[in-house]
Write a protein that binds this ligand. Structure first.
Ligand code: ADP
Ligand code: MG
Length: 495
């Protein structure tokens, strides 16, 4: 990054060169340089945003909602300089498309709105620092929030990731409950349940939801003091306070919080003195009617090395789990991310990725980013072949995944039944249930079709497999113990 910054930045549109004033900045910092000169006159970010609202409202009416959402909404107005309005878009592909289709009309409308605008230059934002579809105003709001939090001396809190908002969270069956619970906490002005305990495997969106709560509250109720930090950070601070004999300050800092969010609380399991302090902070806050949100990789009762009384307090509020992703959710997430990247990726490629990259959302997102980055680098479209090529190592790792035989073996030993019961015709619940779990896991963890799975289970029909999958899904939703069993098996098998 360093050396690139020093050089004057060249912009490839119209052969023009920008002065580097707008496009090298971090957009979250927009409040720090809200003025842009128009022949010596300043145009504030607010004016710019207002003009853009007017122009884009007309465009929206002209081109329709879907194209507007795809092409215009992601644009951000950087500033007017020497009669040239600079517009930033997330990707090169988007710039080319928007320039070809909308540049003339935009220039015309802008000229009417603000007669100092003579032409438009579209540039590609290097790395979108704060979501792709957020416009200048939202970014400003985010900057204000950051500023307010800083002024308040709220340096206890870890920084929030601008991409982790509710708007950017794709909701599907595996996460709808956790999402609804998070939204409820964010939108309520009192405490609906305490604590909200979110749990699930890695990369499934726990941190995303917590940040989303923090963003939402900071925006809609700025007077509430929201603190987000990892359990690790919490422990670190506590130890530091102990060392500096400053625990009184530490306590009062935390106890003046309105909403306390601690991420990955499994980290303090077994760490006695930190747990003790956490417990007291927790109690003090709950007694004062403050909101607490906690995340972990397991449900409270399954956290090892947690004190009994802490576990029971954690269980007192609302416990919401995020399940492993389903194919539908993965596809939805890919579509949403591709849209936000401003690239067109064929349905075939998205379906391929949703089928193959099943571990978690983080890996899925990483795979898509790699494919898109590669295509942009070599300037070619994204095809199935290039996707397979670019992701060769990742796909191989995913292919080496479990076989149905391994699943049957593991499930049988977990439930204490014979492997032969996986194939047998016995219908007693004691063997039928484990068999259904194995079928369910076979569907989740392998790319086998329902008939193929049925064959491996003593030549059963595909409808039997389908029934098993549904049954297990239903049980997982209503029976926490059962759900944990299945989750545990899944993790062991994925190793
Ligand atoms: P966790 O904290 O559970 O390990 P994260 O919240 O860090 O997982 O999520 C990992 C990545 O996946 C993040 O980039 C996040 O934005 C993304 N992600 C997870 N779930 C979703 C979702 N439902 N919609 C959109 N992005 C998601
Ligand atoms: Mg996390």
């Amino acid at each position: 990054m360093g050396p690139i910054r020093d050089k004057p930045k060249k912009v490839a549109t119209n052969g023009a060169t920008s002065n580097g004033r707008f496009d090298t900045r971090d957009e979250v910092d927009i409040s720090a340089h809200s003025g842009a000169s128009v022949g010596g006159v300043e145009v504030s970010a607010d004016e710019l945003a207002t003009h853009w609202e007017n122009v884009s409202a007309i465009m929206r009416a002209e081109i329709g909602e879907a194209p507007y959402q795809s092409w215009l909404r992601p644009m951000s107005m950087r500033g007017i300089d020497g009669g040239v309005l600079t517009i930033a878009v997330p990707t090169r592909f988007m710039r080319d498309w928007a320039a070809a289709h909308y540049q003339d009309r935009l220039t015309e409308l802008w000229g009417v709105e603000n007669d100092s605008v003579k032409s438009i230059m579209m540039v590609v934002r290097s790395a979108p620092p704060f979501g792709d579809t957020t416009d200048i105003r939202q970014k400003r709001e985010a900057a204000d929030i950051v500023q307010r939090r800083r002024e308040r001396g709220n340096d206890l809190s870890a920084p929030l990731d601008g991409r982790f908002t509710f708007e950017q969270f794709v909701v599907g069956k595996p996460n709808e409950f956790a999402y609804a619970a998070a939204r409820r906490v964010a939108e309520a002005d009192s405490v609906p349940f305490n604590p909200l305990f979110l749990y699930g495997g890695v990369g499934l969106g726990k941190t995303h939801l917590m940040h989303a709560i923090a963003w939402h509250i900071s925006q809609s109720q700025p007077e509430r003091n929201v603190i987000y930090l990892s359990a690790e950070k919490f422990m670190y601070r506590f130890i530091q306070a102990l060392r500096e004999q400053n625990t009184v300050d530490f306590k009062s800092q935390f106890r003046s919080v309105d909403v306390l969010m601690i991420d990955d609380v499994q980290f303090i399991a077994g760490k006695d003195s930190t747990q003790e302090e956490f417990f007291h902070t927790f109690n003090a806050l709950v007694d004062q009617g403050r909101q607490i949100v906690i995340s972990a990789d397991k449900s409270p009762s399954y956290l090892e090395g947690m004190e009994e009384r802490l576990v029971s307090r954690l269980n007192c509020g609302l416990v919401a789990d995020i399940h492993a992703t389903t194919y539908e959710l993965r596809l939805g997430i890919l579509q949403s991310k591709a849209h936000k990247l401003g690239v067109e990726v064929s349905v075939k490629v998205l379906e391929f990725l949703a089928h193959k990259i099943t571990a978690n959302v983080r890996e899925l997102e990483g795979a898509l980013n790699r494919v898109v980055a590669h295509a942009q680098l070599v300037g070619r479209d994204i095809s199935l072949e290039t996707t397979q090529d670019v992701l060769r190592d990742l796909l191989r790792a995913n292919d080496r995944r479990v076989t149905i035989e391994e699943i049957q073996k593991q499930v049988a030993s977990h439930f204490n039944v014979r492997i032969s019961d996986m194939h047998s015709a016995r219908r007693a619940r004691s063997v039928a249930r484990p068999r259904q779990v194995a079928m369910y896991l076979a569907k989740q963890l392998t790319s086998r079709s329902l008939p193929e799975i049925g064959r491996k289970f003593g030549g059963r029909d595909h409808t039997t497999v389908m029934h098993a999958v549904r049954k297990v899904e239903e049980l997982r939703e209503h029976d926490t113990g059962f759900n944990e069993d299945v989750e545990l098996l899944r993790r062991m098998l994925e190793g």
